[in-house]
Design a protein around this ligand. Structure first.
Ligand SMILES: Nc1nc2c(ncn2[C@@H]2O[C@H](COP(=O)(O)OP(=O)(O)OP(=O)(O)O)[C@@H](O)[C@H]2O)c(=O)[nH]1
Ligand SMILES: [Mg+2]
Length: 385
């Protein structure tokens, strides 16, 4: 199946003309659940405007796929969780977040563990922080895991996506909820909202948060999220129009069922949000993904100079999934899976004195974690044929 068909299962005929066999990428040579996903990766160089419009019409007709954090109450969800014999992990990736990680951990522990048994564990995936993040998280009651200590045989890896991937091994929950640890106005309702659709609707496999982002000084746009506005939305509109329904496609707060997440590759760095969203929808269809209004979210805003590498990683992630090979890549690369390869892009720009700056942006991907023997041993999984 082509990825575009999976993304638009209810728009008959719209994508038929796009199925150009010449642009198929070869199946990965391994037997695992992700093979089917790779089969769906196709070149989509010419999405007709009417097809994009049809998809937007389609998702506008699916208001039931959006909800608000306030629609759910923790005690009711805890009861549903118990009925279904499920467990929940909340995982926070953290790199030098001493000013916020303790407050977030405390709020989750007090409200969603001590007061109401909705969350079974809080993991903080600490990445060589030097500011006391690990100590603050531990004092607040999190299980702190050093990223480099998780699956050492897989190598240390790098970036947020790598920490999320490792959290699948370090944690135990059937449902995994990820929350950034730099949120300044964290409310446990974020976690309740993300778990709500998963615990009340067995057809939902993944939930994605969205929110209003107030702008702090100099951020430049009323909505915040400059990389979202200037990179993610154009690229989604161009290549993955079914994903245009996601208000904040790069939101760092999302949750899913382990059975799904373990079968997906994870981009190690900045591309993890977009990569997961594309892959989840390709795997389970847009109707199995709910988005949840989490209200307002405040976090730091980076200077513009730091956003270029982030945008480059997101572009690389999207192009890979659209089947567009890296320029200059040797042609034999297409004989293997594009997902196996770390792509390094050199972002070239100029500083104020017009001196050239060359920044390497390495976009590596972790394989579906179910391919790791230690994971299968821990969770009693087998590779399907
Ligand atoms: N474990 C780990 N966590 C990371 C790494 N990089 C970022 N994070 C965490 O991932 C979350 C999101 O990273 P941010 O740096 O806030 O990224 P962002 O939200 O896109 O950018 P900001 O505008 O700076 O907030 C935060 O909780 C970070 O601490 C990393 O290399 N390892
Ligand atoms: Mg942030």
């Amino acid at each position: 199946m082509l990825i575009v068909q999976a993304l638009a299962p209810d728009v008959p005929g719209v994508w038929t003309d796009l199925a150009r066999p010449g642009h198929w990428l070869p199946r990965r040579r391994r037997a695992c659940p992700s093979a089917a996903l790779d089969e769906r990766v196709a070149t989509i160089l010419a999405v007709p405007a009417e097809a994009s419009k049809a998809l937007v019409v389609q998702w506008c007709a699916m208001p039931h796929l959006s909800s608000s954090a306030g629609d759910f109450a923790a005690p009711e969800l805890a009861a549903r969780k118990a009925d279904q014999a499920l467990t929940v992990s909340v995982c926070l990736p953290a790199r030098n977040e001493v000013s916020t990680v303790g407050l977030i951990t405390t709020a989750i522990r007090e409200r969603l563990m001590d007061e109401t048994p909705l969350v079974d564990e809080i993991l903080v995936l600490d990445d060589r922080s030097t500011d006391g993040t690990a100590e603050a998280a531990q004092t607040a009651g999190a299980d702190v895991v050093a990223v480099q200590d998780v699956l050492p045989e897989a190598g240390p890896g790098d970036g947020k996506g790598n920490a999320l991937w490792k959290s699948l091994f370090a944690g135990n929950g059937d449902l995994v909820c990820w929350v950034d640890s730099d949120i300044r106005n964290f409310d446990p309702a974020f976690v309740v909202g993300l778990l709500g659709p998963l615990l009340t609707d067995t057809a939902t496999s993944f939930t994605k948060g969205f929110y209003h982002r107030p702008v702090s000084e100099g951020a430049g746009t009323a909505r915040g999220g400059r990389v979202t506005e200037l990179m993610a939305r154009p690229v989604i509109s161009r290549f993955f129009p079914a994903l245009t329904r996601f208000v904040q496609p790069l939101a760092g707060e999302y949750a899913g069922r382990r059975r799904l997440l373990e079968t997906l590759p994870f981009v190690e760095g900045w591309g993890v949000e977009l990569g997961l969203l594309i892959d989840v929808v390709a795997r389970v269809g847009v109707g199995a993904v709910a988005q949840v209004d989490l209200g307002t979210r405040e976090h730091r805003n980076r200077p513009l100079s730091e956003l270029g590498p982030q945008a480059t990683a997101i572009l690389t992630t999207a192009l890979r999934r659209a089947g567009v090979a890296q320029i200059g890549a040797d042609s034999s690369a297409l004989g293997r899976s594009v997902l196996d390869r770390a792509v390094t892009t050199e972002l070239v720009r100029f500083d104020d004195a017009h001196s050239i700056e060359r920044i390497e942006v390495n976009v590596a991907e972790r394989p579906p974690i179910i391919e790791i023997p230690a994971y299968r041993a821990k969770f009693g999984r087998e590779l399907s044929a």
